[in-house]
Design a protein around this ligand. Sequence first.
Ligand code: NAD
Ligand code: LMR
Length: 327
Amino acid sequence: MKTPIRVAVTGAAGQISYSLLPRIASGAMFGPDQPVILQLLEVPVEKAMKALEGVAMELDDCAFPLLSGMVLTDDAKAAFKDANWCLLVGAKPRGPGMERADLLKDNGKIFTTQGQVIDEVSAENARVAVVGNPANTNAMIAASKARRLTADRFTAMVRLDQNRAQTMLAKKAGVATTDVSEIFIFGNHSPTMFPAFGHAKISGKPAESVITDRAWLEGEFCEKVGKRGAAIIAARGASSAASAANALVDHVRSLVTPGQIHSIAIKSEGHYGFDANVWAGMPVKTTTPGAYEVVTGIPLDDFAKSKIAATNKELAEERAMVAEMLG
Ligand code: NAD
Ligand code: LMR
């Protein structure tokens, strides 16, 4: 048996975590031979801590062979102590009529503190994945507080958008989701994101040779991927949870699996025309577990370039809105 790894999860009594924690404990995230210790953080409010106890009771009742231990805490230092992975889910979700950027001021504060504490107490090989919205900018805020951990350790999730785009292309083409590949997300986890259909493949052929309706690809497809979160909120009365948890499993699983090519939001170094220092979605290839390199050279036509310019502009505006929280 391998040595257990420590996985810190914030917002552990929330909606997403309720779907996420059993998946981690079952081995879906780190593999069927990797034991885990879950270090679960909630807010210091009796109701939240009581709910967290209930979640832990249910995890116990699953008798997961890989679950080696659990820490339940409202102290960030205890939650992130020696953590190999820090999964930052805990934050306010938006309600109907709100944009994710509306959450910036409230949620941003959470990530200043957590960025500092993670940098102080987490494991030497710590990796951070941000889910709480607005995810890209929250990852930037947390990374800006780190002095020990380099910025590449802080990623934000756009995998839910990739998965949504994959299913939408599959449905339009009348094929299985597994027949769709190389659909990558560029930019912000917001309606401005760009699902780069020009590069996608369906059954190994360029997606545009199978779905020849370019107006649909540029219009309805891009819009529906970008606004899928709002559509879920309108339907469910609450933001996506099971699919978000599933996307985080995919995000981390791809990041610990060398050779995988997938979309994550990372610190831009100017690739694909993004401003340096914004956290932008783009395709990466995992090199060694937790490490990655940007996939370069994906050709972008004028439409793609204009979409990337728009999502970059929004990311730069979000960065300006939180300027006082950075550094
Ligand atoms: P939720 O309200 O059900 O749960 C959030 C939990 O976080 C609550 O239990 C709350 O007490 C806790 N929390 C708040 N501040 C905290 C802190 N400082 N430390 C620890 N815990 C804290 O919300 P949810 O549905 O689980 O969503 C969580 C976040 O994920 C939201 O911001 C939501 O918008 C976002 N989200 C992102 C994506 C994505 O694709 N990036 C997808 C879905 C949801
Ligand atoms: C989503 O995309 O489902 C989440 O980011 C929740 C939201 O606010 O849209």
